[in-house]
Write a protein that binds this ligand. Structure first.
Ligand code: 5GP
Ligand code: MN
Length: 337
């Protein structure tokens, strides 16, 4: 882990019971919840008072994680969340690099005098934390939580409960161990998690085999009717309107992973998904190799992320957003073609 931080400072910080708040990014995914609840279960074990706060709610296929029932959702339980942040002695920022990623909860954290610790694998971490563990090479924040507990010299405390949460985040953020961010260290950590009792098949099934029929039909509809290729730029995209999502009884998380299917076509190296939600268009971008979608998300869609997986938003109509994507392609002719 980060060699500039003295582990003894953190060991001392956590040597007495503390009031701790763990925060993670908007629209939490399995890495956001896995790292948060993995760390939650560890800190509870150590006798701390711990609360996880998410900016908004998250999909049902993540509700099985131990400690889920204690999570406070900021935009639903705002007063409680504000009080927890105000009372906290230590605040963790997990799986996000900037307070703008947690919207209104960010303002409360700015006001707080708590010790702030960021653990994250996105580029360009903001400077507000007292301790920053940032490594863009890491597969997932969940892998970094394993490293963090190890950094505190306490690897032996990682049990099955903690391990299941961390495994979920590593599994999903590596695209089931296929993305370039999957390093030998990732497999070593996962091997250890399985050795302490984590059932990898069970975690996989809870995440990937618990969708509704509507969700599978929506995927079929996207692939059959909605997928558009712009082959001269090795690109493709799916766009879904509010009405289309409603037709398939859309629930949060239903389109998770859809953007990746476009890349499975030979010769396609850039994929996008546009979904019309709550008055904005959500943008997801994925790429192969040296096509940097983080830069594209920042430049064109008010977002960011990683080199091969990024997201953002657009205030234009669905059609105008898709057009913006198509119009931007010639700008990247050199790397796309
Ligand atoms: P997804 O497409 O799955 O929503 O997001 C892919 C990646 O991009 C994730 O690592 C996520 O953290 C990041 N990301 C998604 N939306 C945004 C955004 O609006 N701003 C920034 N900075 N990153 C985002
Ligand atoms: Mn992540």
């Amino acid at each position: 882990m980060n060699s500039t931080i003295d582990p003894n400072k953190l060991i001392t910080l956590f040597s007495e019971p503390k009031k701790i708040v763990i925060t993670t990014h908007k629209n939490p995914d399995a890495d956001a919840m896995g790292s948060s609840l993995g760390l939650y279960n560890y800190l509870i074990l150590k006798g701390h008072t711990v609360n996880v706060i998410t900016p908004n709610s998250y999909p049902h296929f993540l509700h099985w994680m131990p400690g889920n029932e204690t999570v406070t959702v900021f935009n639903k339980q705002t007063d409680k969340a504000k009080q927890l942040i105000a009372d906290a002695q230590v605040i963790f920022s997990l799986d996000y690099n900037n307070l703008s990623r947690i919207e209104d909860a960010g303002k409360e954290i700015e006001k707080s005098g708590a010790v702030k610790i960021m653990i994250d694998h996105h580029i360009e971490p903001a400077s507000y934390p007292d301790y920053t563990f940032s490594d863009t090479e890491k597969s997932s924040t969940s892998e970094m939580i394993y490293d963090f507990i190890n950094f505190l010299g306490d690897k032996k405390s990682i049990n099955k409960t903690i391990g299941e949460c961390l495994y979920a985040g590593i599994l999903t953020d590596t695209g089931s161990f296929r993305f370039p961010s999957t390093h030998p260290s990732t497999h070593r950590i996962v091997a250890e998690l399985i050795e302490i009792g984590v059932n990898h098949a069970t975690v996989y099934n809870r995440i990937f085999n618990t969708y509704t029929e509507d969700r599978l039909r929506l995927l079929g509809y996207c692939l059959f009717e909605k997928l558009k290729f712009i082959k001269e730029y090795k690109a493709g995209y799916i766009s879904l309107s509010k009405e289309e999502l409603k037709r398939f009884n859309f629930q949060a998380g239903d389109t998770e992973g859809f953007v990746n299917y476009t890349l499975s076509v030979a010769g396609i190296r850039l994929a996008a998904l546009f979904t019309e939600q709550e008055g904005i268009i959500r943008v997801s971008l994925r790429s192969e190799g040296d096509i940097d979608v983080n830069k594209m998300a920042r430049a064109h869609f008010n977002g960011g992320g990683h080199a091969n997986a990024a997201g953002g938003r657009s205030d234009d109509s669905l059609e105008a957003t898709a057009k913006r994507f198509e119009d931007m392609l010639p700008l990247y002719k050199d790397i796309l073609c």
